[in-house]
Design a protein around this ligand. Structure first.
Ligand SMILES: Cc1cc2nc3c(=O)[nH]c(=O)nc-3n(C[C@H](O)[C@H](O)[C@H](O)COP(=O)(O)OP(=O)(O)OC[C@H]3O[C@@H](n4cnc5c(N)ncnc54)[C@H](O)[C@@H]3O)c2cc1C
Length: 601
């Protein structure tokens, strides 16, 4: 079977770069140790090898299909995958003991899911959505709601979904119109349309639990009038039997990628008999949903990094087998062709992919560790971890998806013409990856979240903590001779943030909000390249320390040297982009707020 991830690299991240043992000192995770957690990762790999990777191509070639009658026909392997994954805990394992979970750290849960995503990203979506929906119910639902839905979702019998988007309300959720009319207690009559709902209908589960945003009649306009409801396709009646809840699947979107993953159009209450169960308090729906969305944004970042990793592994394998041409300067045509990995430009493409995929994965694990720390710690410590996670969330989501796409495009380029054919998986990786910069908030929305909210939150405290954390890595690296150059370079790029923000804040304080946010995406890019540079410096520190130990094997020497070489590559080829982004951000010309559309003609 072709390699789609690198288990040595995962071990490096979990036990060296972001040591998981830091978590075991907290009561929440005190029941675990390194050996146990690694055994779980290995069992996830076995599951992915046996049940997921073999269907990656077949699910693409045999996409889900709407039957015209409310059903979405899915690949026959899906039921077995969901049941088997659920029985191994890969839907509910990170939940609290009292909710039937194993209190597994997200670091481990998401690393297992990384393996699934790299093996077959579409099928992982069904599992991840269910985990997120159940998490929302356990956090904000009442005891009855938890008891009714969570065990069924964890067992894989029922599918959890998140139903936010409407035809007229995608990025702007304040414009949703799905309505909720009070009946009695927490029961409401629901009417409305939701589109693009992932996993909203398929053959592998017998019921669908839609965590849905709707507006209670008479609620205020905007985000303050949005409430959260559980809307099952089949509701449980007083006798405990299931009855149809007037939730109709009106269609499935055909897509360029993730073709095995259903994307449905749902219609609630066509026959005025759709009931929704209010979760928590009225009008707090978006605040609750943000818990799931924030987790989902980190997961999408991980997924993008995982698919980029799979594409990198496939292109690396090809380069080690494909002879073509002769190295530069070799004029003798009688000489055997060389493997393409010997061409400098091919190595440039491989290093770029490695820098992006591994850098993004490292950041994803960092964010998941922060998530665990916020759940395990308390007081000020908890708050500091939370702030750091908040500011990194739009970065991990966007860098991984945007540059993951660049990386997968390079994987195709590395293979040459074969990369464009369906004989090789990289074109599928590329198509699958594109959605990641769109769902869970587009890149433009993430950028506004970073510059408009996260940078300024608590008077810049989140940014201050991030800067301090990066500075301490720079300090540590600058004490290691072989890392001095990289550390100095990152320190120089860090200084640009202050300079750029001083300029941007001058627009904000003059009331020019539109101008302040115009280049938010460029700001997000600038921050991302710095943050990924920080991750590479962290990896470099560990690698340099390991290489100082003379008793390590040749395999280990190669592994750690690969990290130092990629850090050097990142500093030469990627980090210099920060200066270009800063130049654009410091340029006062306002070119993208044109009111005369005719100039686009
Ligand atoms: C395959 C797939 C699966 C999905 N799964 C789900 C799901 O499970 N549940 C769910 O609820 N939704 C889901 N979605 C919906 C997804 O989250 C939305 O498509 C996404 O949020 C963008 O909304 P939109 O498509 O309406 O685009 P629009 O909001 O119309 O955006 C169009 C463009 O305008 C830009 N834009 C919009 N507003 C602004 C602004 N204020 N400032 C700057 N730029 C802006 C965007 O960045 C984008 O480039 C899914 C979508 C797809 C395609």
């Amino acid at each position: 079977m072709a390699r789609y991830t690198n288990m040595d690299f995962l071990k490096f991240l979990l036990f060296e770069v972001h040591p998981i043992k830091d978590l075991f000192q907290y009561e929440r995770f005190a029941h675990l140790d390194e050996e146990q957690t690694w055994m779980m990762i290995e069992s996830a790999k076995l599951l992915a090898d046996q049940e997921m990777a073999p269907y990656f191509k077949d699910m693409d070639e045999n996409p889900v299909k709407y039957d015209g009658n409310g059903n979405v026909l899915t690949h026959p392997c899906l039921k077995r995958i969901i049941t088997e994954s659920a029985s191994q805990g890969w839907i509910g394992a990170s939940a609290n003991f009292e909710h039937g979970g194993m209190q597994l750290p997200e670091m481990i849960f998401s690393t297992a899911h990384h393996i699934f995503q790299a093996a077959n990203n579409g099928v992982e979506g069904y599992l991840g959505l269910s985990a997120g929906a159940a998490g929302l119910i356990t956090s904000f639902g009442n005891i009855e709601q938890i008891g009714t839905y969570v065990p069924k979702i964890f067992s894989g019998e029922w599918q959890g979904t998140m139903a936010l988007t409407e035809p007229q309300a995608g990025s702007s959720l304040s414009d949703i119109t799905t309505s909720a009319k009070p009946l009695e207690g927490d029961l409401y009559s629901i009417k409305g349309q939701k589109i693009f709902i992932s996993g909203g209908q398929h053959e592998a589960c017998s019921n669908f639990v839609h965590l849905t945003l709707a507006r209670i009649e008479g609620a205020p306009l905007g985000v303050k009038g949005i409430s959260l409801f559980i809307i099952p396709k089949f509701r449980v009646n007083k006798n405990g039997d299931l009855e149809y809840n007037d939730v109709y699947c009106a269609g499935d979107f055909q897509k360029m990628g993730q073709k095995g993953y259903a994307t449905t159009h749902l219609s609630f209450g066509d026959n005025n008999d759709c009931r929704g169960y209010l979760v928590g308090e009225p009008h707090k729906g978006l605040t609750y949903m943000f818990q799931m969305m924030n987790g989902a944004r980190i997961s999408v970042g991980m997924c993008a990094a995982s698919v980029a990793m799979a594409a990198y592994q496939a292109s690396l394998q090809y380069c080690l087998e494909r002879p073509q041409g002769r190295i530069a300067g070799e004029k003798d045509p009688s000489k055997e062709p060389t493997l393409i990995i010997n061409h400098a430009d091919v190595q440039r493409m491989l290093f770029t992919q490695k820098a992006i995929a591994e850098g993004a994965l490292s950041l994803g694990i960092e964010c998941n560790k922060l998530y665990d720390l916020t759940h395990a710690s308390s007081g000020d410590e908890k708050h500091q971890y939370w702030l750091l996670m908040e500011i990194l969330t739009p970065i991990v989501k966007t860098y991984s998806s945007e540059h993951g796409s660049r990386s997968a495009a390079l994987a195709i380029q590395t293979l040459g013409g074969y990369g464009f054919t369906t004989d090789f998986p990289v074109q599928q990786h590329y198509r699958d990856l594109k959605i990641m910069s769109l769902y869970e908030g587009t890149t433009g929305i993430q950028a506004i979240d970073l510059l408009g909210r996260k940078v300024t939150m608590e008077k810049g405290n989140a940014l201050h903590i991030l800067a301090k954390t990066i500075q301490s890595t720079i300090q540590e690296a600058s004490e290691i001779e072989s890392l001095k150059i990289a550390a100095d370079q990152l320190a120089i790029e860090m200084k640009r943030i202050e300079q750029v923000l001083a300029k941007l804040y001058s627009y904000a304080s003059a009331g020019q909000t539109e101008k302040y946010l115009s280049d938010a995406t460029i700001f997000l890019e600038m921050m991302s390249f710095i943050v990924i540079g920080w991750q590479w410096l962290k990896m470099g520190i560990l690698a340099a320390k390991k290489l100082a130990n003379t008793s390590i094997s040749q395999k280990e020497i190669d592994f750690y040297q690969g990290k130092l070489q990629t850090l050097a590559f990142y500093c030469k080829y990627e980090l210099p982009h920060v200066e270009a982004f800063a130049t654009t951000l410091l340029n006062e010309e306002d070119l993208t707020n044109m009111k005369n559309y005719a100039i686009f003609d």
